[in-house]
Design a protein around this ligand. Structure first.
Ligand code: ASP
Length: 368
């Protein structure tokens, strides 16, 4: 059986992709298992996302579908490897998100969307649930792995949020790798920008300095031309000690202007973690997530109303966000091991795993 012919029932088999197996082998061999919603005490657990939006089977080729699933599974494995050697939740968050940032399929690091001026401006945040410490960066243009810059702000500065040139000056001063902005260029993202700007009748910026020569034929895209989607990445983790952490990293929204910053690096909006409640990473139209302080609101429902994690997530994503026209999704975890995701879009790249279990992946709405 080929993965792209998996249908509703069979997809649950596809989801039980073993972390150790190559994708095709895992799909062929895996038995169906229900989605794990709770991790046992003393076991680590991971939930991550690679963005939400109009992601439908009809607009996805089999190869793309497979590549995204492999990308999600690779980041799960990176976090799992850290946790398996008794690493901290923070280390697992950073390891998984660095991999996403290096993967051109996702809107973070290399592969980030372009601004209207043809630049890549990167945002990231991390929060440690045990200490309540947090670090965030926004508007980076040279930092290869923004999540590591955010981590350095948390661990090595007196601050929580640094932006732009100053943030990169700090990052460089603590040894975080800086690159030429052309490093972040990818053809599909560039063509996506040009297509959007043309459609909206806005000026098209010059092809960036250092970009490879323009290809003669358009690059095949994941999305239909009119699809609205995001590709931000985020992860929440519980380590064996029961400490939780959250991280999010993104290029923001395509064709953004004027130094626009979304929810991802805003503590309490797109990223939040506290051992008193939960850890959340969000993806979607950031302005709505900021206005509702989505991540903190979900955790407040858990903390003060005693709601279960999934119910709290659904309350905010399916009701409060929808009520103000906000679209997107989120992932979450609690110190007692509850795992959740919720999204109000046709799809969200997502995965979860608990220690001793298998990687469970989903992309489309009709998957578990
Ligand atoms: N939330 C991000 C932002 O608004 C976008 C995304 O999730 O892809 O910047």
């Amino acid at each position: 059986m080929k993965p792209f012919v998996c249908q509703r029932l069979v997809w649950s088999a596809c989801l039980t992709l073993s972390a150790a197996l190559p994708f095709s082998a895992a799909v062929a061999q895996a038995p169906a298992t229900p989605l794990v919603t709770k991790a046992a005490a003393g076991k680590w657990a991971i939930v991550l996302h690679g963005g939400a939006g109009v992601i439908e089977r009809s607009s996805m080729t089999p190869e793309r579908d497979r590549a995204y699933r492999e990308g999600l599974a690779a980041s799960v494995r990176a976090a799992a490897a850290v946790l398996d050697r008794n690493g901290s939740a923070d280390d697992a968050v950073e390891a998984a998100l660095r991999l996403f940032e290096d993967n051109p399929l996702f809107n973070a690091g290399k592969g980030a969307v372009f601004t209207a001026e043809g630049r890549n401006e990167l945002d990231a945040a991390i929060m440690d649930g045990k200490t309540g410490k947090a670090g965030a960066v926004a508007g980076l243009t040279h930092t290869r792995n923004p999540i590591s810059a955010a981590r350095a702000v948390m661990d090595k500065s007196q601050n929580v949020m640094l932006v732009g040139a100053g943030a990169e000056q700090f990052a460089a001063s603590v040894g975080i790798v800086q690159v030429d902005p052309s490093y972040f260029f990818t053809e599909p993202r560039w063509q996506g920008l040009v297509r959007q700007l043309k459609k909206e009748g806005r000026p098209i910026p010059q092809r960036p300095v250092g970009a490879p020569p323009e290809p003669a034929v358009p690059v095949a895209e994941l999305e239909t031309p009119d699809a609205h989607k995001w590709g931000t990445t985020g992860i929440v983790v519980r380590d064996r000690d029961g400490n939780i952490a959250a991280g999010t990293t993104t290029g923001g929204v395509q064709a953004k202007r004027f130094g626009r910053v979304g929810d991802s690096p805003i503590i309490g909006a797109g990223t939040y973690a506290s051992n008193d409640s939960c850890a959340v990473s969000a993806t979607g139209t950031g302005e709505f997530f900021i206005r509702l302080t989505v991540a903190r609101t979900i955790c407040a429902l858990v903390q003060y109303r005693g709601m279960g994690l999934q119910a709290a997530a659904d309350e905010v994503v399916q009701k409060q966000l929808v009520a103000i026209g906000g679209d997107g999704g989120m992932i979450a975890i609690t110190p007692d091991g509850q795992l959740a995701w919720s999204f109000n879009t046709p799809g969200m790249f997502r995965a979860r795993m608990v220690e001793g279990g298998t990687v469970q992946l989903g992309i489309y709405r009709d998957e578990p």
